[in-house]
Design a protein around this ligand. Structure first.
Ligand SMILES: [Fe+2]
Length: 190
């Protein structure tokens, strides 16, 4: 069926989509065990359940030939020394790529393969990152304001969160002496 062309407006500062079909909220309780400092996680959860990030989507066909569009905003903050971040995922169809474009704030893009190859890129407004097929990806807010970015990826890529939940990331991004520092993740399992 022939789909009609469409347009939307993105507020670069807030990440709001208009029109917006779906807003997804990820709180700390949705990410249990993903941050390395489990004591800090428990201490925070005993008092509050902060929103780590939210993402907005235009609902489009999840089919080959189409594209998916999303804008994510990660709040500033840390669990222990580790910065707020997205869950991270591989694609269900691992041979699909993705583009991230920084809109507001600053952060790092962490990428890894299932074999343990690792890469990172610093993302600022206007920086576009091309994430090739087979690289799992996670965004991290290293700034003191919301980190907002746009994503576009194939319609049939799908999300595989489970493998990252099981293995973690090869490296974690923590604040040390007031600046971001990559450390080997002791809990990383191939
Ligand atoms: Fe993705």
């Amino acid at each position: 069926m022939l789909m009609k062309p469409l347009q939307m407006h993105i507020n670069f500062k807030t990440g709001e989509f208009n029109p917006n079909d779906r807003t997804n909220i990820r709180k700390l309780s949705d990410m249990k065990g993903m941050f390395s400092d489990s004591r800090a996680e428990q201490q925070i959860l005993a008092k509050e359940d902060p929103i780590i990030y939210s993402f907005r989507e235009r609902v489009l066909p999840e089919e080959s030939g189409h594209l998916q569009l999303a804008v994510t905003s990660i709040n500033p903050g840390r669990i222990g020394q580790e910065y707020f971040m997205t869950k991270g995922h591989y694609h269900q169809r691992p041979d699909t790529s993705e583009v991230y474009l920084g809109l507001e704030g600053e952060g790092w893009l962490l990428m890894q393969t299932e074999k343990g190859d690792f890469a990172s890129l610093i993302i600022n407004p206007g920086v576009l990152a091309y994430i090739p097929a087979y690289w799992g990806h996670r965004m991290v807010n290293t700034g003191s304001t919301p980190f907002v970015f746009f994503a576009v990826y194939p319609g049939d890529a799908g999300h595989n969160y489970g493998d990252i939940e099981r293995t973690g990331f090869v490296r974690i991004l923590v604040e040390q002496d007031g600046r971001p520092s990559l450390l080997n993740n002791p809990r990383w399992k191939k």
